[in-house]
Design a protein. Structure first.
Ligand code: GLC
Length: 474
């Protein structure tokens, strides 16, 4: 026990406890993958105890201790709860003033909430007597842990890793709150200052020992202003400690063998797919008598996910083909209106569901033929991997993790696991959809492509190894 390498992973969300997006998937599955890969690591995770965390989990938690956390002039209660899951201890930071809210983020005082969280994590270390060899922080909400350690706590021997899951969200604040909210001294302002603001991501990039992103391609892209949302200069200056490790997905959670119509790449693949497709059609009352392919999207309705392209040409793709289309997701109203109109223009071919629903998403992944993901930028992207796991062929734009995980299918060599297009251009996307529909008209090619997609290994195994090697190198 004593000789194990101690890793503390810090972040704002983790499945199955509370999540709003891909970060939650990663912090819910990477930790368990690390302990599966190596018996000599003690991996623990810490996140806030939101009101969203269900009673079922609360019932399993034990209260480890409680401490007072100072933050500038404040002194706040902090309960520390824990539970063990898949060989990993999860800690939950309790403070109802900050975390008993309807939702995870988007509050006027998010800066203060995550400053409290980060201070609580730093003060938790002695309180639970767990001094990590590596503290691994994720995204801006935990960026301050890396900054606090470098500036003030300086835990002996503790190295820090900072992972950028999406550089768009940086934690930017007015300079006036430096001392009052973040409890950072004026003389240390230069560490977190950027573009006349406080920028927590910038501070963590400067302070961490190793900087990672969630795919190799994205680690290159963010050196470029097109992708970096203003931080390209800082990324380039810190490129020496930057690397990219592609995410995996949870192969137990996303498992077509757990569906009612079980299948896998090697078990009733095509029969299982076609049963799942019929079941989906029945559930969504889509006409069943058609051979038509189903193309789906499961995504936050945000512009960087490529919805501007979709708005431009999806009508055309529907008009010229017999495909059916299913959308699941919530987000910007502009896109919801568009999809409502589309659904009324094609009442028996289009279904749009504005919700975040994990169980329904699995049925859509399993029952579709094609999965569209035309992101403008995509640090890693998990949906293309989940779709592949359910033998649904991804159509993606070649960016970030989409570029790293999906290789274009070549009808001559029969190699490749999806359909891709390069420029962020609506008609290039339309062309990719046409190519996909063309391939699906040819049974031999379709089967080969589906098989190629379904046999990809997007489990955590390889990437967990890479994280372990990176931790060890520190
Ligand atoms: C963010 C990124 C997404 C990535 C996920 C997990 O949500 O936008 O591309 O897959 O984080 O790292």
């Amino acid at each position: 026990m004593e000789n194990k390498t101690k890793i503390l992973i810090v972040g704002a969300e983790a499945l199955p406890f509370a999540a709003t997006g891909g970060l939650g998937d990663v912090l819910g599955s990477l930790p368990a993958a690390l302990v599966r890969e190596a018996s000599d690591v003690d991996v623990r995770v810490v996140m806030p105890l939101y009101s969203r965390v269900g009673e079922n989990f609360r019932a399993l938690m034990e209260k480890v201790t409680e401490i007072n956390v100072p933050l500038a002039w404040r002194n706040q209660y902090c309960g520390i709860y824990s539970l063990k899951k898949d060989g990993v201890i999860y800690y939950f930071i309790d403070n109802e003033y900050y975390f008993k809210r309807d939702g995870l983020y988007g509050f006027f005082d998010d800066g203060e909430r995550y400053a409290f969280f980060s201070r609580a994590v730093m003060d938790m270390i002695p309180a639970i007597d767990f001094y990590p060899d590596v503290l691994h922080a994720n995204d801006w909400q935990s960026a301050l842990t890396v900054i606090y350690n470098k500036l003030y706590y300086k835990y002996p021997g503790m190295k820090t890793v900072y992972t950028i899951h999406n550089i768009e969200y940086q934690g930017k604040y007015d300079k006036f709150i430096l001392g009052d909210v973040f409890d950072i001294k004026n003389e240390d302002m230069s560490i977190v200052e950027y573009d006349s603001c406080i920028n927590l991501t910038k501070g963590a990039i400067v302070c961490c020992d190793r900087l990672t992103t969630v795919s190799e391609r994205y680690s290159e892209e963010i050196k470029d202003p097109f992708f970096a949302h203003g931080l390209d200069g800082i990324i380039r200056a810190n490129a020496g400690k930057l690397s990219g490790i592609v995410n995996g997905i949870d192969y137990d959670y996303y498992n077509p063998m757990s569906l009612e119509n079980k299948f896998s790449a090697s078990y009733h693949l095509f029969a299982g797919k076609s049963k799942s497709k019929n079941a989906l059609r029945e559930q969504l009352s889509l006409p069943a008598d058609k051979d038509a392919p189903i193309m789906s999207m499961i995504s936050r309705l945000a512009s960087h996910k490529g919805f501007d392209l979709v708005k431009c040409v999806l009508n055309e793709a529907l008009a010229e083909s017999d495909m059916q289309f299913v959308l699941l997701g919530t987000g910007e109203k502009e896109y919801e209106y568009y999809f409502c109109e589309l659904a009324s223009a094609y009442p028996d071919r289009v279904r749009v569901l504005f919700e975040f629903n994990k169980e329904l998403s699995k049925k859509i992944y399993a029952g579709s033929d094609l999965f569209l993901m035309p992101s403008k930028s995509e640090p890693c992207g998990l949906s293309q991997m989940i779709a592949s796991r359910y033998a649904t062929v991804p159509i993606v734009r070649e960016t970030g993790g989409l570029y790293d995980t999906i290789k274009p299918f070549n009808p001559e060599t029969l190699e490749g696991n999806g359909i891709t297009f390069a420029s962020y251009n609506a008609h290039d996307m339309l062309d990719a959809i046409r190519r996909a529909l063309g391939i699906f008209k040819n049974v031999e090619l379709r089967k080969r492509l589906v098989k190629n997609a379904a046999t990809m290994d997007f489990s955590w195994n390889a990437s967990a190894r890479m994280y372990l090697n990176m931790y060890a190198s520190l």
